[in-house]
Design a protein around this ligand. Structure first.
Ligand code: C2E
Ligand code: MG
Ligand code: MG
Ligand code: MG
Length: 278
């Protein structure tokens, strides 16, 4: 497809690939700059139980560049991961979430509500990861029991023993763990049992087609049963309709997160949102 002509001698790859490289390099520089300039913020998406009580918040990073452009985490997190920038970014996210927990510690509706923070594989496999989390908790004065870390299955295929050891150390401090996007990876059930997990999070892909795809419904039922037998809570993410929530309830799922119940919100918007909950 890429035809090299005289005007474009430096083009060794096809144009799409070069555009991709260009945008990755641009993104990398942008992330670096954005971190220095305070362009990142955390939004929080509410999680509810079957009685519609607020039980948690997921912290989701947001980036608005100086020129006002919003870049989605689906786009910049992979770049941050492959460039190592996830370390400083992840550090900022963890500290910001802890500071927010402290700011909310005397809030009438939000005190005692736990916050989940997404952790990339690269962060967890970092030697200083455990120390970093403990430092963030201690420096901010955060109650460790209110911090939940969301890990993905892909992260657990490497260094299983080390991962278990790190999780155990944090678990001992009271930190909770949730397994994000569950069902999309390759978790071996034998070591799932050995991980100090508190929660399985059903991937939104299964929720999406729950009502029309019997395979997805079967997976949801299986995850709920697995949660019960391993004594883990099960939360469904990406719940967009009342019909989906009811079907999930019918399968025994007890916690829900999704646009039906609330979008990810800036702290000030979340504060307004929770005062309007009955
Ligand atoms: P995730 O952790 O699985 O987060 C759930 C994603 O689904 C979020 O997208 C959220 O905004 C979106 N979502 C929530 N409810 C609904 C719904 O009802 N329908 C639909 N269609 N989507 C819904 P977001 O914020 O764009 O984040 C995408 C992914 O980026 C996250 O997936 C996570 O893997 C990563 N990410 C986001 N924030 C962070 C972070 O602070 N640190 C790290 N390491 N990764 C993050
Ligand atoms: Mg998540
Ligand atoms: Mg997820
Ligand atoms: Mg996902």
């Amino acid at each position: 497809q890429a035809k090299l002509d005289g005007r474009n001698k430096t083009c060794f790859y096809d144009p799409a690939m070069q555009a991709e490289l260009h945008s990755r390099a641009k993104l990398e520089a942008g992330i670096r700059h954005g971190l220095e300039n305070g362009e990142f913020e955390l939004h929080y998406q509410p999680q509810f139980d079957a009685q519609h009580r607020l039980v948690g918040l997921e912290a989701l990073v947001r980036w608005t560049t100086a020129s006002g452009e919003r870049v989605s985490p689906g786009e910049f997190i992979p770049v941050a991961e492959s460039t190592g920038l996830i370390r400083p970014l992840g550090h900022w996210i963890l500290n910001e979430a802890c500071q927010q927990l402290v700011r909310w510690s005397s809030h009438p509706q939000l005190s005692g509500i736990r916050v989940s923070v997404n952790i990339s594989a690269h962060q967890l496999h970092e030697k200083a990861f455990v120390a970093e989390v403990i430092e963030a908790l201690e420096q901010t004065g955060t109650n460790p029991a209110l911090l939940e870390l969301e890990l993905t299955e892909s992260l657990l295929v490497r260094n299983v023993e080390q991962t278990i050891e790190k999780m155990a150390q944090l678990c001992e401090k009271g930190v909770r763990f949730s397994l994000d996007d569950f069902g999309t990876g390759y978790s071996s059930l034998t070591y799932l049992k050995r991980l100090p997990l508190n929660q399985l999070k059903i991937d939104q892909g299964f929720v999406q087609d729950l009502l029309t795809d019997p395979n997805d419904a079967a997976i949801v039922r299986t995850v709920v049963a697995l949660g019960e037998s391993l004594d883990l809570s099960v939360i469904a993410e990406g719940v967009e309709t009342q019909e989906q929530r009811e079907a999930l309830l019918g399968y025994g799922c007890q916690q829900f997160q999704g646009y039906l119940l609330g979008r990810p919100m800036a702290p000030v918007d979340l504060e307004a949102f929770v005062t309007n909950l009955s």
